[in-house]
Design a protein around this ligand. Sequence first.
Ligand code: SF4
Length: 716
Amino acid sequence: MRETRSTCPYCGVGCGVIIESQGAQITGVRGDPEHPANFGRLCTKGSTLHLTASAAITQQTRLLQPLRRAARGQAAQPVGWDAALDEAAERFAAVIAQHGPDAVGFYLSGQLLTEDYYVFNKIAKGLIGTNNVDTNSRLCMSSAVAGYKATLGADAPPACYDDLKHASTIFIAGSNTAWAHPILFRRLEDARAANPAMKLIVADPRRTETAEVADLHLPLLPGTDVALFHGLLHLLMWEGLTDTAYIATHTTGFEALRDRVREFTPKHVAQVCGLDESAIVQAARWFGQNTPTLSLYCQGLNQSSSGTDKNAALINLHLATGQIGKPGAGPFSLTGQPNAMGGREVGGLANLLSAHRDLANPQHRAEVAALWGVPDVPAAPGKSAVEMFQAAADGEIKALWISCTNPAQSMPDQTTVRRALERCEFVVLQEAFATTATAAYADLLLPATTWGEKDGTVTNSERRISRVRPAVAAPGEARHDWAAAVDFARRLEAKLPRRAANGGSLFPYAGPESVWNEHRESTRGRDLDITGLSYARLDQGPQLWPCPQGQAEGRARLYEDGVFATPDGRARFAAMAYRPVAEPRDARYPVSLTTGRLRDHWHGMSRTGTLGRLFGHVAEPGVEIHPRELVRRGWEEGALVHVTSRRGSVMLPVRASDSVAPAQAFVAMHWGEEFVSGLSPSGVRLAGINTLMPSAYCPQSKQPELKHAAVKLLKA
Ligand code: SF4
């Protein structure tokens, strides 16, 4: 038996695993006791990883050879890798020649490794000359990115997991940490057990498992987070709990914010948020008095049409109280996906460049062009996720390369997404799994390696970079995403006007380590400088960034000196107005639908859905409503109900749950078209609950509002 150290591929906690294998078969998995994210623990998803990689499941679920569809609607037929990549390069080159570089786009995934991400970003921005590269991280963390940059000056979570044990108050907002980040929640439970005086406050519209164990649950109305945070700041000022010296020395913009929050009295906030005044007062006192205070937050803040504002308003509280840059304190975004952080680090979004450089900054563009040896990087921002599919639906983007993600289930407003995939002249899908909803729209399906087979790095929520290592060889003809992308890029290079200044290939990589080394060099002198981290160094153990050359250890905590990543070194308060949800409930659509994760499933269930035991917790999808609502409507538990928004309708069994407030409904986001399907008003087939959500997005981060839609519920 062989043992291989690697990393769990599911969530941003980034737990270390030890994979047991025999020959070509993964036979077991256990937590890595030496990994500083989990110290040997794994949750139900992580501890069953080996079962999802069994020979039987691989044969049933994996895409094992390249497939080509002669025409849409026809069955895809096997094709060789060379022929597939030749065709992909030819079709992309033809579209670029006829319509220009912005007629193609790349839609990637926070589950790709950093090395995969780096290559795709360079293909788009360096080789082709388009910034049309975006990812499902846009649906996950882009509001956190924009929130950090707007206030602290850089996309860098300032705290680390160790801060849980130093905190006296933990404020969780918009995160069911107990289910979505289970091992981190175990660490929080340990910290509470060691410090019974610790206070846990949870702000969430639902009484989740996390809220259930809180000292104080604030069941605010969906989307009212900014009003709550402004109200907490109002109280912190009123009660003299702000740190005036810290504000004066380390920040700017407090006066405008002070004026902004003046009207957010406890009475006003209680009305807007649907909360008790006394609970708001209690939360403010614990936040400001029972310090140090650590805030954890996730999609409840991010997936919102005011996502950046929500992030920034929470960060305001930490700046105003000086609760940042010291043990147990700080705003700490929890990353949804395993490597959304790595994608951000290489600049794998339509508005970013390598190593946290900004596309809008001419000097940053010149630096990246010089690093890559190309004449320039285009200045015009690319299309973000929603914009990319809208552009494809409008005929503006004509060729799409989709890697490791399933937009035909995960994106909002499926009418537009499916029209986009149909209208595109050429769609490449690079996937490990054969049966995702997006596969039906692909002209070329390229088999990709996945967990247990891949080789590279990921970065977790606390900026810790871990190695991902292969325990077994790729099954069938599956190839690593970066390697297939490089072979495509080399073919495309031959067909496009030469971009490489040295006359050679822009993609001279012999393996993932050479991609890593180039990425590493791009970070020199930047806030996330990792020039001290080689594969050999990471093989000794995961490391936090920054870790510049010559530094023994990565830095656990940022801004300890009170100097921020802004031009003047001061953090900036953000004095935003409160804006309600994009689609408030009304007489026609009187119910607030919210969505979220279950404990034992991951995303669209490509992997977790292959295991019967992971359905033991929740067996099937359903729409949860308050028990009083069930009685009021005269419905039986399990009755089929149409859940209808302005974008379409799906049918689900109804369940009573007192975790959901009256006039609200909750549906887990995992199930796809086999279980949650329906039709849009124009007759487009819908798959998954995200199909009902609006494509309205945050104007700063462009992250769509996947967490709230106004719906009506009617018995089927
Ligand atoms: Fe994997 Fe996240 Fe569970 Fe850790 S907490 S084992 S990273 S799913």
